[in-house]
Design a protein around this ligand. Structure first.
Ligand code: ASP
Ligand code: MG
Length: 407
């Protein structure tokens, strides 16, 4: 008997009709002779709605109360799914984070899972229940307060539960039917991938592909949980996120990602001496702003240089302020902010063993007259910062150059 963990996202349980479909699918999976544990997100839009309510009452709502508030969305959906499954004649048990012993650290609104009471869940499973777990939430280890795992956190609940229960597969049901070579809304002949490695999926998730929360992929990789991404609207075969194999390395590039949530800051004429970069990036980091593509130019005169980097666009104004204040303190030149930039990236484990992939990317962009403003790379990724208005063109061009499309 296989143990299948399933996760249903917000749109999959977004209405009574959707919940009926999901309940039916869970029952069918059980009827086929599997044990099933399902994790659900809040009904589509619910988490946003709750955040909005809190923001109407306070500009800075306390994080502890936000967690308690937001965790209610998943309580509602998990209870409703269990109610419907019972109605269909299959025993079902809904559980909150607390009830299934989902213990986290104390960091409200972005807690990390520490342990799960697998025995408690399995006792019900072995009694013939399907267990429906409220995603995205836990309780903190020291205080026992309700915590949440960050936006999109139900993915992480699901993969962590699959790991803890040693499940055969973790199926993530969403509103797209898998991972594509590029965003199908931009590239008409984008192709659905049968398989993708954990490390590629992690890069894609961090590059702006929103299908899976990045932490969930980290968990999958660490505990080797096969993750299947598929649609609860079509139930077609999806994409398997799994260990790397030799065939994956034969392919140069697996996917293209784009991210318009970028802004570029540049600080001119900073002294070329030890400690300056550390001052700049510590200032930004201590304000909880993530820094991405960094470029420091070589100083021609050996005295000053300039440093530029990107931050998420929402944080741009705040980072600009911080940087302007810092510039005065460290005797630097002026600071500029440019919000009309975007990042396009190619990702593939094949890059490790094939030289020339970056050069080919730069060639393709050049052929379209697209200027590259900054570059960053990892072992399996090359990203270029370009003018935002060329994003779609760049994605299509790269998709063509690396022959990623369907014929
Ligand atoms: N409901 C939460 C959110 O909207 C968690 C999730 O859906 O995974 O972010
Ligand atoms: Mg999600």
């Amino acid at each position: 008997m296989a143990l299948v963990v399933q996760k249903y996202g917000g749109t999959s349980v977004g209405s009574v009709e959707r919940i009926e479909i999901v309940a039916q699918h869970i029952k069918e999976t059980k009827d086929k002779g599997n044990n099933v544990v399902a994790i659900v997100s809040a009904m589509a839009g619910e988490t946003d709605r709750l955040i909005k309510l809190a923001k109407e009452l306070s500009n800075n709502p306390s994080e502890r109360e936000m967690d308690l508030l937001l965790s209610s969305g998943e309580r509602v959906s998990s209870s409703l799914v269990a109610i419907k499954i019972n109605e269909l004649g299959q025993k079902a048990m809904a559980m909150t984070g607390r009830q299934c012993g989902m213990v986290t650290d104390e960091v409200h609104t972005k807690a990390r899972i520490k342990s799960i009471d697998a025995d408690k869940i399995m006792n019900y499973v072995n009694d013939g229940y399907v267990v429906i777990i409220a995603g995205f939430q836990g309780i903190s280890e020291k205080t026992g307060d309700v915590t949440t795992l960050g936006r999109g956190g139900s993915d992480t609940t699901a993969v962590a539960v699959a790991a803890a229960l040693n499940a055969d597969v973790c199926e993530i049901y969403t509103d797209v039917d898998g991972i594509y070579t590029a965003d199908p809304r931009i590239v008409k002949n984008a192709r659905k991938l049968d398989r993708i490695s954990y490390s590629e999926m992690m890069e894609l998730a961090s590059l702006g592909a929103k299908v899976l929360q990045i932490r969930s992929v980290e968990f999958g990789m660490k505990y080797n949980v096969p993750i299947m991404v598929l649609s609860s609207f079509t139930f077609n075969k999806g994409t398997l996120v799994t260990k790397e194999d030799e065939n994956m390395e034969k392919i140069l590039v697996s996917g293209i990602a784009q991210d318009k949530n970028q802004a570029r800051l540049k600080i001119n004429s900073v002294k070329d001496e030890p400690g300056i970069a550390s001052k700049i990036f510590n200032t930004i980091a201590s304000n909880n702003i993530n820094v991405d593509v960094i470029v420091q130019n070589v100083s021609d005169d050996g005295r000053t240089t300039d440093i530029s980097f990107t931050v998420p666009r929402d944080d741009a104004e705040k980072a600009y302020e911080l940087l302007r204040n810092l510039a005065k303190n460290i005797d630097a030149g002026d600071v500029t902010l440019n919000k009309d930039v975007a990042k396009v990236s190619i990702v593939g484990v094949g890059m490790r063993s094939h030289p020339g992939v970056a050069a080919k990317m730069f060639d393709s962009l050049a052929n379209e007259g697209i200027n590259i403003r900054a570059i960053s790379t990892s072992e399996i990724k090359v990203s270029c910062l370009i003018d935002e208005k060329y994003t779609e063109l760049a994605v299509r061009t790269l998709h063509d150059s690396f022959n990623l499309g369907n014929e």
